[in-house]
Design a protein around this ligand. Structure first.
Ligand SMILES: [Zn+2]
Ligand SMILES: [Zn+2]
Length: 136
C-alpha cells in the first residue's frame, strides 16, 4: 500500500476505515474504476455507494485520485501516481527531502514480467548527510 496515512495527513484528512478501503481497491486495480465498480468490490464492508462517491470526491479534491470522463461512459478513477514520493533522509538532523519522481517504475514492470508478481508497493529511503550537516 502506498502510504495512505502519510498522504492523508499531508492533505489534512483523517485516515478512516472507509477511505482506506476505497484507496486499497483503487491501488490494487489494473486500470481506472468507476464508483460502482469500487462499490461492488467492497460489498460486505458496510459501505454504501453514496459514501464511495463522497470519498472519491474528497480524494479528487485532494488530488489523491485522478478522474477520467470519457463520453458516454461512467467517470472512472485511478490513483494519482504523482503522489508517490521518495525521500532523502539526513541521518544527522533527520531532515526529510522529497525526491521528484520514482526511479523504480520500470524496475517494477521488469519484476512483474520476470517473477509473475503483482507488485503493490515498494519503499525506498535514501539515507545520507545533508549539506547543512556536512558543514558542521
Ligand atoms: Zn542534516
Ligand atoms: Zn517509487
Amino acid at each position: 500500500m502506498e502510504d495512505l496515512q502519510k498522504i492523508l495527513e499531508a492533505k489534512g484528512l483523517k485516515n478512516t476505515r472507509q477511505r482506506k478501503l476505497v484507496f486499497s481497491v483503487l491501488k490494487a486495480a489494473e486500470g481506472p474504476l468507476s464508483a460502482e465498480e469500487i462499490y461492488i468490490q467492497l460489498q460486505g464492508e458496510k459501505i454504501n455507494l453514496s459514501t464511495v462517491y463522497r470519498i472519491l470526491e474528497i480524494f479528487l479534491q485532494k488530488e489523491i485520485v485522478l478522474k477520467t470522463n470519457i463520453s458516454d461512459q461512467k467517470s472512472t478513477y485511478e490513483i494519482n501516481h504523482s503522489e508517490h514520493r521518495h525521500y532523502l533522509i539526513c541521518i544527522k538532523c533527520k531532515k526529510v527531502t522529497p525526491i521528484s519522481g520514482c526511479p523504480l517504475r520500470a524496475y517494477e514492470t521488469y519484476l512483474t514480467q520476470k517473477n509473475q508478481y503483482i507488485i503493490l508497493e515498494h519503499k525506498l529511503e535514501i539515507m545520507g548527510i545533508c549539506p547543512d550537516c556536512q558543514n558542521k
